[in-house]
Structure formats: C-alpha cells, structure tokens
Design a protein around this ligand. Structure first.
Ligand code: NAG
Length: 426
C-alpha cells in the first residue's frame, strides 16, 4: 500500500477552536503544535504566548515531544478501547491514532458494523487522542512503519498484550518489534466486543418476549411479576465482568469543577452503547456554555421508566461518557426529573435535550418541567439520527459476520499461542 492512502492526516489546525474546551485538551494541543508551529522559534516565546502554562513547561523541560502511534478498527467502540488509548498516551506526549480502513477490515476480519465516518467521530471524540490517521492499514508493513517514522515522526508503536494476527497467522507488529520501536500496554479486562454482542442478543430476545406478551403499559403492570423474573434471568446471563474501581474513574476524569463564572450546561440520558450521535450531541451542547455536566441514569431508573434494561451498565456507560473530550463531569446515577434542588446544587444555567432519543418514557410527567418553567430549557436538533437501538440492530443484522469473525480470531489465536515462545513485555 502506497503512502497516498494515509495523506488524510488530521491535526489541530487552529488554536481558537481549542481554547475553552477544557484544560486537558489545551495541554494536549500545546504539545501537538509545539513541533510543527513553534519548533525553532525559541523556547522564550512560549511563556509570552501561553502565560498560564508555566507548570507544564517545567515538568516537560522542553524536549522534543514523544509521539506514539496506536491503531485499531474501533468498531463497536467501548471504554476498553478508550482505556487502551489512555494508557498509550501515558507512554508519550502526543498520541496519533490510526483508524483502519473499511477495505482492510473486510479483508482481515469481515465487514465492520460502523462506517468509517462513525468510527472517526468516536476516536476523535476521545480526550486522549491528539491526531488521527484515517484509512490506516491492518498490518504494519515495513513500508507503513517507515511512513510512520519519517512522515508522522512516530517514536513508538503501541499495542495491547493480546496477540494481533494477520490472515496468515503472523504477528502484525513483528516489524515494529524488530526495529525496537514497539511498546506494550495491558489490555483492559472486563469487556470485549464479543461480550457486547452477546448482551445485545439476549436483550433483543428479552424485548421480543415482552412484545409478544403485551405492548401497553397497563398490561405490563399486570404482568409485572413475570417480567421482573424474566428480566432478572436475562440480567444474570448478561452479567458484566467489569469491576469499577475509583482509580479507573479518576483516570478518566478531568478532576476539575467549573470555573467561577462558568455557564454550566446539563444533559441527561442513558447513553447506552456509546455512539457517534452521542459525541456529536455533546459537542453541540458544550458550545452552549463553559462546562458540560452529563447526568447518567441508573440501570434501575432506565428499566423503570423505559421498560428495558440498558445493555451497558451504569459504570460502563459513565466511563464511556467521561472519555469524551466535550464532557467535563458526570453524575453517576442522575435522577429522572431535573429538580430545582439539583439545578441549585450544580449551578446549572441551561438544560439541553436532543430531538433524537430512545423511545419516550412511559411516564406522563415531563422530566424537564422545572427547567422549562424557569425558561432555561433548550431542545437542540440532534446532529445525527443514530440511537442505541439502531446500533444494536446493525449488530444483529451483521450477526453472521460477527460469528464468523470471532471463530476466525479464535483459530488464529490458537495457532499463535502454540507457536509462541517469548514476548518481551517492554
Ligand atoms: C453560577 O452560574 C452563573 C452563570 O450562569 C455564574 O455567573 C455564577 O458565577 C455561578 N455561580 C457560582 C457560585 O459559581
């Protein structure tokens, strides 16, 4: 594959776009821009240009920023991917992410569920990602490796400690390892795409049963005992191995509250199966103020109010939302109704709700009654007509492909482990 396929490199192209999007991002931008824009101008110009970043300079003491590269398909992206990229970022200063092209995924794994456009929105929306290379190849060939080193100035290529194999069963990172420019991170335990697919399947079965029996709310109520029983059964089959720790939540957090005169914007929802529609919606909402506070409903609240369980659990959904660069803080287990007390507690100056959302509540009470009466409610047109259910249906439509893909993966992994001798942990 020639280098023409990777021309489409996305870099921060303007400073004003970044200012005001949160400290973390600005820090990342300074590192990202320093080489391209200011390299050679002289170190002295920095404190003048960026008076607020003194601590940051001292810590880094002006060495050339270390650029690290990590690639992936990022199909059905989950907080495990986000965590991998977060870890990759700790191994360098600038994180460049290669998003593998549709053609390459088809050739190596079978068709992806999400389009390139959606996958790009998801990856660019992560707070640890500085630059993106679109249409990256699946295999790091010697040629592509040299493109990474010479054109993108990459210092290290990063991958998780799970084997990544090409169709012929060879290690996709062999060249990078040989060149001594390979670094490894630990894979996140607790979630995998296969796991998510299983959960989507059992949840769709559960919904089918519900539909067969009754559709109206009143009838549901009459059968409540049965439904609860069935629901708890399906919940055990979908139990997540994910154990949320306070440390992980801290690693994903910005750790900063709103500034003294900040306009706090509030959004709430389930944010199940975190998708490109959520990212775009957060981006728009963030522009309406200075601080975006996201309320995430608990699993129980969602099943009570909407009549179905979310596929991802509260803490998983919280991590996915926290990983988004437009989000400043989350409320883990937000109330269904936006109360006056809540608005005072968090000094919320605007409550926003999207026009595209999951099937409406069974409840007659409008959860936004209070902000509406106070005149601080705004409905915004959702930039993308994607919902968690549309993502789930896509997965179900692609089920056969998924099954074949996983079988293939297991086979080639088996071969790899048999032949494996020693992998350095560096
Ligand atoms: C509350 O938010 C308003 C903006 O809506 C801001 O001017 C004010 O300073 C905030 N109050 C506090 C105590 O942060």
């Amino acid at each position: 594959m020639g280098s023409t396929g990777f021309e489409n490199c996305w870099i921060w192209d303007s400073i004003p776009r970044l200012v005001g999007l949160g400290g973390l991002m600005i820090t990342a931008a300074v590192v990202g821009l320093s080489k391209g824009y200011f390299w050679g101008i002289g170190v002295c110009s920095f404190p003048v240009l960026w008076p607020g970043f003194g601590i940051f300079y001292k810590k880094k003491s002006w060495k050339r920023p270390v650029r690290v590269y990590m690639d992936g398909c990022f199909d059905l992206m989950h907080y495990g991917h986000a965590n991998a990229l977060r870890q990759a970022k700790t191994l360098g200063d600038v994180l460049v992410v290669g998003v593998i092209s549709d053609e390459e995924i088809i050739a190596n794994k079978g068709p992806p569920v999400l389009s390139m456009e959606e996958r790009l929105i998801l990856v660019r929306g992560l707070k640890w990602v500085d630059e993106v290379i679109t249409n990256a190849p699946y295999a790091i060939t010697e040629e592509f490796m040299n493109t990474l080193f010479n054109k993108y100035n990459i210092d290290y290529i990063i991958h998780g400690d799970d084997p990544c194999l090409l169709a012929d069963g060879t290690d996709a990172y062999a060249h990078a390892k040989k060149a001594g420019r390979y670094k490894q991170i630990k894979r996140t335990e607790g979630v995998s795409s296969t796991d998510i697919v299983d959960r989507i399947l059992s949840s769709s079965k559960c919904a089918e049963n519900d539909n067969q029996r009754s559709t109206s709310f009143n009838e549901m109520h009459r059968n409540e005992g049965n439904i609860l029983h069935e629901a708890s059964e399906s919940m055990t089959s979908r139990l997540s191995h994910f154990l949320p720790t306070s440390r992980r939540i801290m690693q994903f957090s910005n750790g900063k509250g709103p500034g003294p005169d900040a306009h706090v914007v509030y959004i709430d929802g389930a944010f199940d199966l975190f998708h490109a529609g959520h990212v775009e919606f957060f981006r728009c909402a963030r522009q309406l103020g200075d601080f975006l506070l996201v309320g995430i409903h608990s699993d129980q609240t969602i099943s009570q109010r909407r009549g179905f369980h979310p596929i991802m659990h509260l803490h998983e959904r919280s991590l996915s939302v926290l990983a988004c660069r437009y989000v400043d803080e989350v409320i883990i287990g937000a109330p269904w109704e936006v109360t006056k007390d809540m608005m005072r507690t968090f000094n919320i100056s605007l409550v926003v709700h999207g026009t595209v959302s999951e099937s409406s509540s069974r409840d007659e009470v409008d959860p936004y009654l209070i902000p509406k009466s106070m005149g601080i409610f705004k409905a915004i047109v959702s930039p993308k007509a994607i919902t968690s259910s549309s993502v789930a249906s896509k997965v179900i439509d692609n089920l056969e492909t998924y099954k074949r893909r996983n079988l293939k993966k297991k086979q080639s992994e088996g071969k790899y482990y048999e032949e494996k001798k020693f992998v350095t942990g560096d």
